[in-house]
Design a protein around this ligand. Structure first.
Ligand SMILES: [Fe+2]
Length: 272
């Protein structure tokens, strides 16, 4: 480990260290080692430490160039480059997802130990997804950074950095849950276009993402209970406040049910 990670014997310090890391492959590998160290009992947890944000977060490579979501080109599935661009978009989401999980770890103090263990597990799985998809992209003759990407996920992280309850509501429970809705369609498009190897990778992604949304639901509900808030009304209010109401499908009701959404919430999707 580099000398700058000497504090990484403590989980939240280490999470901040890897969040600052610019190299995507180093970051993913570092996060996977961190999860192993935690499982082996080699890491302490200081839930009470108030850590200072670095101006360098999130660390990210010079490429991909980050552009507005509106300027990301449509991907033509009938060309190898178009299919690679779509896989690249998935790699970029997973890279962002590693950063988001690390941010949930270091930023919010005084949560129960299980909260930190949960988000480390998420970070580890996102790192695995990143590696699998980046490798798949490489097999197709492209690398992470060859296409542009957008920064929508991290933008929402910035908007929700003041409150862990708002973060849980808007990131895992809203934006990651959106991933549950769209992943089956993305998989179908790629596989139909001849990219058969991506199918099993996206099955792993979808399976794990159900777990991540479940974790978001668990901690959102925990925080609502702690603050005496009614979860469904609180969530509905936050969606409006943050302009994040889902107006259109597809909705993967089965996956959302598995991740702990209530029937009442599922019935309300797309109706607002
Ligand atoms: Fe993921």
């Amino acid at each position: 480990m580099p000398p700058s990670s000497h504090q990484s014997a403590e989980l939240r310090h280490a999470a901040l260290h890897w969040l600052v890391e610019n190299d995507a492959v180093q970051k993913a590998a570092g996060v996977r080692r961190l999860a192993q160290a935690w499982a082996a009992g080699e890491l302490a947890l200081d839930a009470g430490a108030a850590l200072t944000a670095s101006p360098l977060i999130p660390g990210h490579p010079a490429k991909p160039e980050l552009v507005s979501p509106l300027t990301v080109k449509r991907r033509a599935m009938n060309t190898p480059e178009g299919r690679a661009a779509m896989v690249h978009a998935l790699v970029h989401i997973e890279f962002n997802a590693i950063n988001l999980a690390l941010d949930a770890l270091w930023r919010f103090p005084n949560m129960p130990r299980e909260y930190y263990a949960d988000w480390l597990q998420v970070a580890d799985e996102e790192a695995l997804h990143f590696m699998l998809l980046a490798e798949h992209l490489q097999v197709q003759g492209f690398a992470y950074g060859d296409f542009s990407g957008h920064n929508g996920l991290w933008d929402m992280a910035v908007r929700t950095q003041h409150d862990v309850l708002v973060r849980m509501a808007l990131l895992p429970r809203t934006m990651e849950a959106r991933g549950l809705d769209v992943t089956p369609g993305t998989k179908a498009k790629l596989v139909q276009a001849g990219d058969h190897a991506v199918g099993p990778i996206l099955d792993i992604v979808l399976r794990d993402e159900i777990g991540h949304v479940t974790i978001g639901n668990r901690w959102f509900n925990y925080l609502c209970e702690q603050r005496g808030l009614e979860p469904e009304a609180t969530y509905a209010g936050l969606l409006v406040e943050y302009n994040a109401v889902l107006r259109r499908g597809p909705f993967n009701l089965e996956a959302r049910r598995a991740a702990g959404f209530s029937e009442q919430e599922l019935a309300g999707l797309g109706l607002s």
